[in-house]
Design a protein. Structure first.
Lengths: 343, 125
């Protein structure tokens, strides 16, 4: 893949800012494949204050601000989302060039009508909600703390969303593995009956992967070749049923972690780039300060953007791959440069 | 860093000279790279480069992962090639050359930030 001008602008310009925010790192679910530790709970008040101040500082020079709510389960802290979004909307109202958009990645369990009312009121309009297949499969894997089932409540919330008149977008992320590969085609028919006629809903098929969780070894994941075959078959079936299919990151295959204007803000004020390798040393790229300034480790942050240097498609799509080597190379280059300077 | 004859769709090269200010904006210290980005961005007509700014070296104290205060990134900033400020480029949104109102133009092509990796990462290196 090649890098076009518009993609470079998108990835480099300070006129654009994408912040993935974890209002809480706690979660009411314990999905069997989850890679998160839940060690941090609700975002600390000084981090929230710092985030709002950062937005105020940056707003005059921004054209595009995207706030992506992630967790943990972000809807365990809806008040915090509202707090920041009200602030962002006020900035948008007072800066004519600024456009604010917001999305949330949620398990959907707490996305009740009243919570949806609150989120839509502050302009959170894009929702990603994951399912693991039909009820009997889903309730084996996407379970609450203590193992209780979740499917019926999520499905009920999805149907409640469908009954609304508001403009919004829901991407149903359907996970596939060896356990549910045979039952998913039937479930696609359920999804089609419920959502195929509503353009606000689309479907994203995704194989379950081993992302570093404690139960990775017990997962019955599809091999790469199986994934290719199974997902292609499921995509064809979904299309036949009239379901709209979403493509990863709008199809541009540049991860948000590659973008120099994208940061993940952890609940304790830590700055990361990648939402998967949360505790990887290379992912600790800095800190937010309470005054809204950022302490950014230049070398570590730029290591995530190295795909923009090489144009390599795999690195652009997932800079996590080889990040350790890239960081080591960066340090070597710097040491050589310093040695040359000393001479 | 290659010159202006680089193929239009190749990678940029040379980002090692870039750095961030205290509000997370990217700066390009490498003049050749800045010129190349400028050439590419000129085609878009929205961005201009400002070459007379250099962010103040951040000296504030931040917290480390252990909660201990630590110095900000002053050591890393020393890697910038031109600390005098004469060769620094700031990718800044132009207020005069941008005919695109908010909510249109490139905003329409903004990839959905929907928290899904485009691939399945292998186990962390």
């Amino acid at each position: 893949m090649g890098l076009g001008t518009s993609q470079l602008v998108d990835c480099l310009t300070p006129g654009r800012l994408h912040l993935i925010v974890m209002p809480t790192e706690a979660c009411n679910f314990r999905c069997v494949y989850c890679y998160e530790s839940f060690a941090l709970g609700r975002m600390e008040p000084w981090v929230v204050a710092g985030l709002k101040r950062l937005l105020t500082r940056r707003a005059p020079g921004l054209r595009s601000l995207t706030l992506s709510w992630f967790g943990g389960e972000p809807l365990l802290a809806p008040d915090l989302i509202e707090d920041v979004m009200v602030h962002a909307r006020a900035l948008e109202a007072s800066h004519a060039r600024l456009a604010v958009r917001s999305d949330v990645t949620t398990n959907g369990f707490r996305l009740t009508t009243s919570i949806a009312d609150r989120l839509l009121a502050v302009g959170v309009r894009d929702y990603q909600i994951s399912l693991d297949g039909p009820r009997e499969e889903h309730d084996q894997k996407r379970v609450r703390i203590g193992g209780r089932p979740t499917f019926d409540r999520i499905w009920e919330n999805l149907l409640a969303l469908r009954s609304r008149k508001d403009p919004f977008h829901v991407m149903i992320r359907l996970h596939v593995d060896r356990d549910n590969a045979d039952s998913v085609p039937g479930f696609l028919e359920d999804l089609a009956r419920a959502f195929a006629l509503d353009p606000r809903f689309d479907l994203f098929l995704r194989p379950i992967g081993r992302l570093g969780g404690p139960r990775d070894d017990s997962l019955s994941i599809l091999s790469n070749e199986e994934s290719r075959v199974v997902l292609e078959r499921l995509r064809r079936r979904a299309a036949e049923l009239g379901l709209a299919l979403a493509s990863a990151n709008g199809g541009d295959a540049i991860c948000y972690a590659t973008r120099a204007n994208s940061f993940l803000i952890r609940a304790d004020g830590r700055l990361n780039k990648c939402t998967v390798a949360l505790d990887h040393p290379a992912n600790q790229v800095g800190w937010m300060r309470e005054d809204g300034t950022l302490d950014i480790d230049r070398g570590r942050t730029l290591a995530w953007a190295r795909g923009l240097e090489s144009g390599d498609a795999k690195t652009l799509a997932c800079p996590l791959q080889g990040i350790g080597d890239a960081l080591a190379a960066g340090w070597r280059q710097r040491q050589m440069s310093e040695a040359n300077t000393a001479r | 860093m290659a010159g202006g004859d680089r193929a239009p769709n190749a990678g940029l090269g040379g980002l090692g000279d870039a750095y961030f200010d205290e509000e997370g904006r990217l700066y390009i210290a490498n003049k050749a790279l800045a010129r190349e980005i400028q050439l590419r961005m000129n085609a878009d007509g929205r961005i201009r480069m400002v070459r007379d700014r250099f962010p103040e070296e951040p000296l504030a104290v931040a917290r480390s992962a252990s909660g201990e205060p630590r110095r900000a990134m002053a050591a890393d900033m020393s890697g910038a090639t031109d600390p005098t400020g004469t060769g620094t480029a700031d990718l800044t949104v132009s207020g005069t050359t941008d005919p695109t109102p908010p909510g249109t133009g490139t905003e329409e092509s903004d990839p959905k930030a929907n928290m899904m990796c485009p691939c399945s990462p292998d186990p962390i290196p």
